[in-house]
Design a protein around this ligand. Structure first.
Ligand code: MEV
Length: 427
């Protein structure tokens, strides 16, 4: 199939149905998939009831598509699910600037997750550590016998590492099992492997195994994204310098870094929700990684190159899957993967990092220029105007009037809509 461009000019100006039709025709969505998107779920109560406990209903969120993304020479339409205004617009706008500068380059490591086995009450720590390393081939063989499907797909346990840690409750031996999870997020596979190794570990070390669980600090499953934005596209060299200064603030100050990284996660998590990933795991991994050198820092880095252009770089853990879990059971998540047109979890991770980087730039650009409230306020004004009963062409005019009034409140919105409808006299 010939590749279609993700550059859709004025996509946001189209009506919802028109937008849906464009995406549906590009992604080859079925009538049922379109209907699921329209009706806000596709998740039947029956499926929901099987996913978690005590279900009494379902809840819908807006499902949007960010346009303009070009990553590693390929165009992507990016589904995003979230409740916050301005995020999808910022992602699409920054992706457009990044595509002018040759697009985004992304890279991902092998999908290796870490499983941890905590061994306490070890009689001789050094001896136990040596014994575990000597038994490595046997332990890996046992681990791999537990998940033949993963092994057949090219994944499985790859390595075993040991660490001795000092804690409030004494010294402990921590065993890391490195598992290549291929296209799965991997929590189930890793936890099963850790649990299955526990009795052997006790035999070998003479200690007692306590926890056997995946680590969400997935620092062996990293993704990087890099992009260049030409100075003239972002408002000139002064803006480039200011963005670098804004980034330096985040890198040096945890209070700012938390907000900066929240902006990155605005993009990452919106794609995670659309594709039904474990977004709590992604958040935990991202923030732990941001503090890896002992200080919590920005996950991204912004600098100016020799030509005065802006260069952005993002590196973070990205534990995502395209098989297993809700990714396959949630019909909308399947549709989201179809719209993305990705063929592996690594490719999904690369797209998500690209969205995180674009999102970060969107926030920094707004913050160093007009501030973040202007865009938010316009959207807020639009919501109020629609709630006040404006329709069709009247909406834009009413939004302008409300923004100009400087009082973005519902009573003002109602007054403006009534005026435009001719229900009350101008005055
Ligand atoms: C708001 O959701 C995200 C921002 O605060 C991010 C940032 O400050 O970099 C705008």
């Amino acid at each position: 199939m010939a590749e279609l461009s993700s550059r859709i000019s004025g996509f946001y100006r189209l009506g919802l149905e028109e937008r849906l039709k464009i995406i549906a025709s590009r992604a080859g969505l079925s009538t049922e998939e379109m209907e699921n998107l329209r009706s806000g779920g596709g998740l039947t109560l029956e499926v929901a009831d099987r996913m978690i406990e005590n279900v009494i209903g379902t809840m819908a969120y807006p499902f949007a598509v960010a346009v303009n993304f070009r990553i590693n020479g390929r165009d992507y339409l990016v589904p995003m699910v979230l409740e916050e205004p301005s995020v999808v617009a910022a992602a699409s706008n920054m992706a457009r600037l990044m595509r002018e500068g040759d697009g985004i380059r992304a890279w991902s490591s092998e999908p290796i997750m870490i499983g941890q086995i905590q061994v306490v009450e070890v009689p001789d720590m050094e001896k136990a550590e040596r014994a575990i390393l000597m038994a490595k081939p046997k332990l890996l063989e046992i681990a791999n016998s537990k998940d033949p499907v993963l092994v057949r797909l090219g994944g499985g346990a790859r390595d075993i590492e040991t660490r001795v840690i000092e804690t409030e409750a004494g010294r402990m031996l921590i065993i890391h099992v490195l598992v290549d999870c291929r296209d799965a997020m991997g929590a189930n596979a890793v936890n099963t492997i850790c649990e299955s190794l526990a009795p052997y570990v006790e035999d070998i070390t003479g200690g007692r195994v306590l926890l056997r669980i995946i680590s969400n600090l997935a620092d062996r499953r990293l993704v990087r994204a890099e992009a260049l934005v030409r100075k003239e596209d972002i408002g000139g060299e002064r803006v480039v310098d200011d963005i670098v200064k804004a980034w330096a603030f985040a890198d040096a100050d945890p209070y700012r870094a938390a907000t900066n990284n929240k902006g990155i996660m605005n993009g990452v998590i919106a794609v995670a929700l659309a594709t039904a990933q474990d977004h709590r795991a992604l958040e935990a991994g991202a923030h732990a990684y941001a503090a890896r050198d002992g200080q919590y820092r920005s996950l991204s880095r912004w600098s100016k190159n020799g030509e005065g252009d802006l260069v952005g770089f993002l590196e973070m853990p990205m534990a995502v899957g395209t098989v297993g879990g809700a990714t396959r059971t949630h019909p909308i998540a399947r549709t989201a993967l179809k719209i993305l047109g990705i063929s592996s979890a690594r490719e999904l991770a690369e797209v998500m990092a690209a969205v995180g980087l674009a999102q970060n730039l969107g926030a920094l650009r707004a913050l160093v220029q007009e501030g973040i409230q202007k865009g938010h306020m316009r959207l807020h004004a639009r919501n109020l105007i629609i709630m006040a009963g404006a329709e069709g062409e009247m909406i834009d005019k009413a939004v302008d009037l409300l923004v100009e009034s400087g009082e973005i409140r519902f009573d003002r919105a109602q007054e403006i809509v009534r005026r435009l409808k001719g229900e009350v006299k101008l005055g």
